[in-house]
Design a protein around this ligand. Sequence first.
Ligand code: HPA
Length: 235
Amino acid sequence: MSIHIEAAPGAIAEAILLPGDPLRAKFIAENYLEKPEQFNRVRNMFGYTGTYKGKRVSVMGTGMGMPSHSIYVHELLQDYKVKKLIRVGTCGSLQADVKIRDVILATAASTNSNVNRIRFSGMDYAPAADFGLLETAWRLSQEKNLPARAGTIISSDMFYTEDPDEWKLWAKFGVLGVEMETAELYTIAAKFRAQALAILTVSDSLVTHEATKADEREKTFRAMAELGLETIIAD
Ligand code: HPA
């Protein structure tokens, strides 16, 4: 048991998929895992462990934004000794050639958050994906003919920004998408010498203002969850 997770010692697998939404964690457990057992109900941040193609895998929600994500990932690493973490989430596209429903493998994450400035006494840290997981996910995405891109993203502390054009600065520097968690995932995983990767589907475009519909979101979410699970068992 840790402060925010009620799981018994050993109840969480070494490899875990991390959607933001706890109901997505339930969906993955019910649709992809054999014999899933629920290990967390605290704050309705549902977590489950089962097997996928014979390998023990967990899945748990982390909430929205870096503070919530950080608490769960920190406890998974420190108290439950998790070694492989794959975030499966959504992002907004910042580039005209990154279309809704595309998949982004986040090679590294910039951020407008002050968390790492605080952590590193004003200096900058470069939060980056684990190369092994990235390489495996990239290869599998090519084999599955998924419309995948590998590149950088920005993890933002704000969804509703005061300046509606703020994203354009990041776009100018080649950043593919915006979401709200990955910079913190990559930073803490590195501290604990764990492997981490964010696989994101593009749910909306800040360039064209298009957004995916609910049924499309379910389909793209399934493809992303399958890619995450296959990456875990292949790596
Ligand atoms: N901004 C921040 N996070 C997001 C977005 C966005 O437009 N879309 C999906 N996650």
